[in-house]
Write a protein that binds this ligand. Structure first.
Ligand SMILES: NC(=O)c1ccc[n+]([C@@H]2O[C@H](COP(=O)([O-])OP(=O)(O)OC[C@H]3O[C@@H](n4cnc5c(N)ncnc54)[C@H](OP(=O)(O)O)[C@@H]3O)[C@@H](O)[C@H]2O)c1
Length: 333
């Protein structure tokens, strides 16, 4: 089978905010399958903020994208050829996104049930997005009954799930921050937070104090910078912070200064702990078992922002860094 596939290559390593010229649309011949491999026609791909870090040639928990090669990331598709024990026609999630066709080692693909959830949900709330929220709130900064929980980037993919999970895990009050009035409205109306802060209005500490006059117990940090500093300031004794992301600094060419008040964590005997979702894959079964039920009974709401066409994937990715999305940002290939 001679198949040609379009894919997005990294054309240049950006300084600061990436631009469209850092990406190139290429057409390649898809290689023959080897033993144990499947050919997947990708139908949906995920574009995520962490990919910004992979554009830089620096050591990290995951290697940088290679220049002039297809980028990678989560994808959903249908198996169209197989030399492995995954049948043609199966639906799979795998990690060779940013392309139309992917030759995937069967061991690196997860077969999913399309009757159970949509592709968007398999890549979002039932994928690493949802698992990140669940692991952050059960392991990294566990929620206890009656807690006040603050989540930043609350209209985004992880944040919108985190707020809803916090409530299910026993939080009494859930506060979210997002950029602009439309997003804060979604945070309240669609994702059921008790209070929403528009950080673009400024003075985050004052807005957080108004939403949580007695302080907060848990903060799920997706933003870093001023958000983290405000959360440390508002933390109650024994509070917990999950460092999940720090998107406010991702496009900064220089290291971003940390919060100025970390010593307050000592007086509060608080915990601030980083998390990587890949270290919590053992929770996937437990989490999906619960989340499928919550989706079915309507108590877990999801949202996605869809961009059509592989050629528009770079624009979708630039959009997620700028806040063009509500819920999960996805590309329909
Ligand atoms: N540690 C892990 O394993 C792990 C796993 C998944 C995700 N993450 C991290 O979790 C965070 C959320 O990821 P996601 O996939 O759910 O993305 P997302 O929240 O759906 O999208 C990113 C959002 O960040 C907000 N944002 C951008 N610049 C900002 C700024 N300067 N200040 C405040 N907010 C800003 C934007 O929303 P507004 O319009 O509201 O500004 C944007 O929609 C990211 O930091 C990501 O790197 C970490």
């Amino acid at each position: 089978m001679n198949i040609r596939s379009r894919e997005i290559h990294l054309a240049a390593r950006p300084e600061g905010e990436p631009a469209g010229t850092d990406f190139r649309l290429a057409t390649v011949d898809v290689p023959e399958l080897g033993e144990g491999q499947i050919l997947v026609r990708n139908t949906w791909i995920s574009v995520d903020p962490y990919m910004r870090g992979r554009m830089d040639d620096v050591p990290s928990y995951i290697p940088p994208f290679a220049l002039d090669e297809a980028m990678e990331g989560s994808a959903y598709g249908e198996v169209v050829d197989s030399r492995a024990d995954i049948a043609v026609g199966a639906h799979v999630v795998h990690f060779l996104g940013w392309r139309e066709y992917a030759v995937v080692d069967a061991a690196a693909a997860t077969v999913v049930d399309p009757a159970l959830a949509t592709p968007q949900q398999w890549l979002g709330v039932l994928g690493t997005t949802g698992l990140t929220a669940y692991a952050a709130l059960t392991r990294t900064a566990p929620v206890r009954d009656g807690d006040v929980v603050f989540v930043s980037a609350a209209a985004g993919a992880v944040g919108s799930v985190a707020g809803q999970l916090a409530r299910k895990l026993g939080a009494a009050t859930v506060i979210g921050s997002a950029g602009g009035p439309l997003k804060t409205e979604r945070v309240l109306e669609d994702f059921g937070f008790d209070a929403a802060i528009d950080y673009k209005q400024g003075n985050l500490p004052r807005q957080l104090a108004a939403a949580a006059p007695e302080g907060i117990d848990v903060y799920v940090d997706h933003v870093g910078g001023d958000h983290l500093e405000a959360a440390i300031g508002a933390l109650r004794h024994g509070g917990r912070i999950a460092l999940v992301g720090a998107i406010s600094g991702y496009n900064s060419p220089d290291a971003v200064p940390g919060p100025r008040n970390t010593f307050r964590l000592a007086a509060k005997e608080a915990t601030m702990r980083g998390m990587l979702v890949n270290s919590h894959f053992d929770l996937f079964g437990e989490y999906i078992g619960k989340a499928v039920g919550w989706l079915a009974d309507g108590s877990l709401r999801t949202e996605e922002t869809v961009v059509d066409g592989l050629e528009n994937a770079p624009e979708a990715f630039l959009g997620v860094l700028r806040g063009a999305n509500t819920g999960k940002m996805l590309v329909r290939v």
